[in-house]
Design a protein around this ligand. Structure first.
Ligand code: NAG
Ligand code: NAG
Ligand code: NAG
Length: 364
């Protein structure tokens, strides 16, 4: 054999003979990149959505992120690392879930009252859903100088006084054809997790009427022994399934659903399945292929669960600040990047202590 070894084999052999710390530095690993970070501790990014689809000359991907320490919605331009407030909400202290509605540039945002130093005690009766319309552009985008920047309109869609703590939210159906195939589509309905009452509400964003859609005590209720009293937390819809995380049972579940025309309700259309057990998950992202990216907020890790159910840590360690206090995730339109919001490790501070909240990007 006179042929030189292929470079890749040489590389592998070299790694075998290096001390472990150096080998680890050379081995390709997932390294989250910080795209935006606040300057002060005690900031908390809670949820996010992809911004309006870039159009015309604009190709910049923006993300819309909600803050839980103040009642503000921010827009972050990941190419420049600039962030700005696009909306703030009256008589509230926190924003939670956000979801795009059917129409491009129009979003629904959960707003209410709680203090991040006392997250087990949100104010019952303080929760509502607002519509934020960014289709007229957001402040700072007035590149042509015609003074039309900041044409953001904000409208309350509904108060939900019966709710204990409205948290994650998703559009139903969202991007899935499965529900239509089952003959049950309904425009403009959002699903919202209530972490105190352990149910998922539905809201008709056109009429403002709301009711309990899904109420499965075993998989959604807060446990009486859980000091934070957190039941169902994150919710996402994927191809006819509602996925949800429930902190008090440290699990993620899914249930097939359909729209029931006679009761005007989203109904379970099958049994609840367990997707992941033994992990406390805040919110999560669902990929096009059904794979999940779970935000293990107290472990400071992003956990991947493939559609086949294989589980691995994608990024972070308990001690590391990389994705410390990860709260939610969303996948880019091309499916190649995962954006993650954090609370800076407020629940389990990483080695070196809590840091300001940030937005990170992970290449998939
Ligand atoms: C502010 O919210 C509280 C509930 O947290 C409610 O009782 C009160 O009526 C609201 N005030 C106004 C002015 O909307
Ligand atoms: C959920 O279901 C349980 C058990 O049937 C019931 O006691 C509870 O009132 C329901 N919760 C809501 C908010 O409807
Ligand atoms: C945040 O808190 C940690 C731990 O107390 C401290 O080490 C760090 O300097 C603080 N960071 C900022 C930006 O204040």
């Amino acid at each position: 054999m006179h042929l030189p070894l292929p470079l890749s084999i040489l590389g592998t052999l070299a790694l075998l003979f290096l001390p472990p710390s150096i080998a680890q530095a050379i081995t390709p690993r997932i390294t989250p990149q910080t795209k935006f970070q606040y300057r002060t501790n005690g900031t908390w990014l809670e949820n996010l959505a992809l911004g309006p689809a870039p159009s015309g000359a604009t190709t910049t991907p923006t993300l819309l992120v909600t803050r839980m320490d103040v009642p503000e919605l921010w827009s972050i331009d990941v190419s420049t690392g600039r962030g700005e407030v696009v909306a703030s909400f009256p008589n509230a202290t926190a924003c939670m879930g956000i979801t795009p509605l059917g129409q491009d540039g129009v979003y629904a945002v959960v707003v209410g009252r709680l203090r991040i130093t006392d997250i087990g005690h949100p104010v019952p009766g303080s929760w509502g859903i607002y519509e934020v319309d960014l289709s007229g552009g957001v402040a700072g985008e007035d590149e042509d100088g015609d003074g039309d920047e900041g044409a953001v309109s904000v409208r309350k869609m509904a108060d939900v006084p019966e709710a204990g703590w409205l948290n994650g939210m998703a559009l139903f159906p969202s991007g899935g054809t499965g529900i239509q195939a089952r003959g049950g589509e309904k425009a403009g309905v959002v699903l919202i997790a209530d972490s105190v009452n352990g149910v998922i509400w539905q809201l008709d964003t056109q009429t403002g009427t709301y009711r309990v859609a899904l109420n499965d005590t075993a998989s959604m209720a807060a446990s009486p022994t859980d000091p934070l009293g957190l039941g169902v937390n994150g919710v996402r819809v994927w191809r006819g399934f509602v996925y949800y995380s429930t902190d008090s049972v440290q699990a993620v579940f899914r249930v097939p659903v359909r729209w029931d025309d006679s009761s005007q309700t989203v109904r379970a259309a099958g049994v609840v399945e367990t997707v992941a057990l033994g992990v406390v998950v805040d919110d999560f992202a669902v990929a096009e292929d059904g794979g999940l990216y779970l935000m293990a907020v107290a472990d400071n890790q992003v956990v991947r669960v493939t559609a086949a159910g294989e589980r691995s840590v994608l990024a972070g360690t308990r001690e590391s600040a990389q994705v410390a206090g990860c709260t939610s995730g969303v996948i880019s339109r091309d499916g190649r990047r995962l954006f993650v919001t954090t609370n800076g490790g407020h629940i389990t501070p990483p080695k070196g202590g809590e840091e300001p909240a940030k937005l990170v990007e992970i290449d998939l």
